[in-house]
Design a protein around this ligand. Structure first.
Ligand SMILES: [Zn+2]
Length: 199
């Protein structure tokens, strides 16, 4: 459709999540018309993030060091771990300022249709932490949708026999959505009103 490199850019942009062909074309033209310095800064940010950012060796959160900011913070209690699907859920929960424990990022949710099973998630790493760290409560904060529920059910079954408190967020989160879209007040309340799962 366009000359080589312009089409290459449109193709690359079109591979980004949430960017359809029309948006890809619009962004490409923005790039063509923008100041070279602005685009250089954007390119630099993309490269730097890939060079510097990795995943925390302990919890799977985004980190610039071996361990993330939260795992490295001695003021965060070690006794409570909140299990979430993605690093962006950590940000959502941090915004509520309700939680002072640590996290464990699974890297997704169980989804048979997409072929994602328990072994594809960081569940083994979670079990290792439970035996190595003085954890006495695991809060399961997966997304309030089908995949999140399936993952939570699986985890409850796995964790209950271990003699630790397993709790779920209180209801009230918008069903079918992502944790990250819940507003701070709702998510904060869901956290505060969390309940231990009965045997
Ligand atoms: Zn971490």
């Amino acid at each position: 459709m366009y000359e080589g490199v312009v089409q290459d850019l449109i193709d690359e942009l079109g591979r980004l999540p949430g960017v359809g062909p029309k948006s890809a074309q619009r962004i490409a033209f923005h790039v063509l018309e923008a100041d070279p310095e602005d685009i250089h800064r954007l390119a630099q940010a993309l490269t730097t993030v890939k060079e510097k950012v990795r995943f925390c060796a302990t919890c799977g959160n985004i980190a610039e060091e071996q361990r993330c900011r939260i795992c490295a913070d001695p003021r965060r209690t070690q006794e409570v771990i909140c299990v979430v699907e993605e690093a962006k859920d950590v940000v959502a929960i941090e915004r509520t300022r309700e939680y002072r424990g640590r996290y464990h990022v699974l890297g997704g949710a169980i989804n048979p249709i997409d072929g994602v099973g328990p072994d594809d998630l960081r569940i083994r790493e979670l079990m290792t932490r439970l035996s190595d760290e003085p954890i006495n409560e695991v809060i399961i904060a997966t997304d309030p949708n089908v995949e999140g529920e399936a993952t939570a059910t699986y985890l409850v079954r796995l964790l209950r026999p271990m003699g630790i408190t397993v709790s779920r967020l209180a209801s009230g989160l918008p069903v079918g959505g992502d944790l990250e879209y819940a507003d701070e007040v709702t998510l904060g309340r869901a956290f505060e009103g969390r309940r231990a799962v009965e045997a």
